[in-house]
Design a protein around this ligand. Structure first.
Ligand code: SAH
Length: 399
């Protein structure tokens, strides 16, 4: 029996963002809801004129009251719908794994793949799943079954935690789905280099997959260079720099656990330990120490955590970015390279450019950007959500 769906009607004049294919409906845009949908249930979305615009997952506890699954009128949201979505997203990523040298990637990237709240990362034979919205939570069972059909040999680990879930009124849930003998860390390949990943205790789902392309770029540009890798986490950039022929790499991070994995990653790729060192330190403090000791480098990576979690934190974040960029520029030999990033969705590229430009003026250095960098293609940017272009990077030559 098909039960008719509940209906969410938008306020007059609040249809624009849906018509522009932005999938979020904020509480202030809702005129009324006919029926009593439960969290995660599918509701039809209608304009104030009564036109059906699409179907959304209802989320009464969130400011984002509903997230659209699609913009195709009254098309059904069911297992067949999700199968099509999953197949499409996975197929679009075939090129990343095609040469057999990479087996770690984001398979499903939430809104950008038409599945708000669902993240699926593949680490070799482990899939890490995050159900971060009421809608994704509602479909957890069928989505897991569909993924099992496609990846019958994989272990499934759930990392449904973090702020996003709390805002949706959901409790954290972490652990294997079904039984598994597997122990973490697990091992993955990225462009033929090997990395240990901890989906259980690591950041995000365990690894910064979004930096894959930029690690390759660094590796291609640092032969013979002395490299300082700030905010190193588990040494992703360090391993690529060593593979690219860097004479020496120093990883800096506050996390002892991350650095322990970084050391394993350098060792398991067969690099001479003499070419590598690490500092468990606050980057803000460490860069000042290097300045006072007149240390110099040929290449510096700055990949800090998100400094601005909301629009209101932009000014404070800007000061943080300027500080580390200014210090790093002072430490670079003439002609040195600075790979500088911001992963704050609220920090747009023109502002980031201005911050780095201001740092160059204060450092008294002539700085040109050689390349603009962004997140790798398995983290697509949804053009209708500007914040989904969250990773911005400038590769600068510092003279
Ligand atoms: N470049 C990494 C990802 C960096 S994530 C990669 O490619 O994998 C940001 C890292 O910054 C985390 O490992 C976190 O532990 C570290 N961190 C956060 N604040 C810090 C600080 N003030 N000083 C040093 N490390 C910091």
């Amino acid at each position: 029996m098909i039960t008719p769906l509940d209906i969410l009607t938008l306020k007059p004049g609040r249809e624009d963002s849906v018509l522009r294919r932005h999938p979020w409906i904020f509480s202030g845009a809702v005129r009324n809801v006919d029926g009593t949908p439960q969290p995660g249930d599918t509701v039809l979305v209608r304009s104030s004129q009564g036109e059906t615009l699409g179907a959304a997952a209802w989320s009464p506890d969130s400011q984002i009251r509903a997230r659209l699954w699609h913009f195709d009128g009254d098309r059904a949201v069911d297992a067949a719908f999700f199968r099509e979505r999953l197949d499409g997203a996975i197929r679009r990523r075939d090129a990343i794994t095609a040469d057999g040298q990479t087996n770690a990637l984001r398979l499903i990237s939430s809104e950008a793949d038409g599945m708000p709240g669902l993240i699926v990362d593949r680490y070799g034979e482990v899939l890490v799943l995050q159900f971060l919205s009421a809608g994704a939570e509602r479909w957890r069972g069928p989505l897991t079954d569909l993924l099992r059909e496609r990846f019958p040999a994989a272990a499934f680990y759930e990392r449904s935690d973090g702020d996003a879930r709390e805002k949706e009124g959901l409790h954290a849930r972490c652990g294997f789905i079904g039984s598994s003998e597997l122990e973490f860390p697990c091992s993955v390949l990225e462009h033929g280099l090997r990395f240990a990943v901890r989906p259980d205790t690591g950041h995000k789902t365990g690894f910064y997959l979004d930096q894959r392309d930029n690690r390759v770029l660094l590796g291609s540009m640092c032969a013979g260079a002395e490299v300082l890798n700030c905010f190193s986490y588990t040494g992703g950039f360090a391993v690529f720099a060593l593979a690219g022929g860097a004479s020496h790499v120093t990883d800096v991070d506050v996390s002892a656990e991350a650095l322990a994995l970084a050391r394993d990653n350098v060792a398991q790729n067969g690099f001479d330990a003499a070419r590598y060192s690490q500092e468990e330190a606050d980057v803000f403090v460490y860069l000042r120490r290097c300045r006072d000791e007149r240390r110099q480098f040929d290449c510096i990576v700055l990949d800090p955590p998100k400094f601005a979690a909301s629009k209101s934190q932009i000014d404070k974040a800007a000061r943080g970015y300027k500080d580390i960029n200014l210090l790093a520029m002072k430490l670079l030999r003439p002609g040195g390279l600075l790979f500088t990033f911001s992963c704050s969705g609220h920090m747009q590229l023109p502002l980031f450019q201005k911050i780095v430009a201001d740092a160059a003026v204060d450092a008294g250095r002539n700085v040109t950007a050689q390349r603009v960098m962004t997140q790798s293609a398995d983290h697509p940017i949804l053009l209708s959500i500007p914040e989904s272009w969250y990773l911005k990077g400038l590769l600068c030559r510092v003279d």
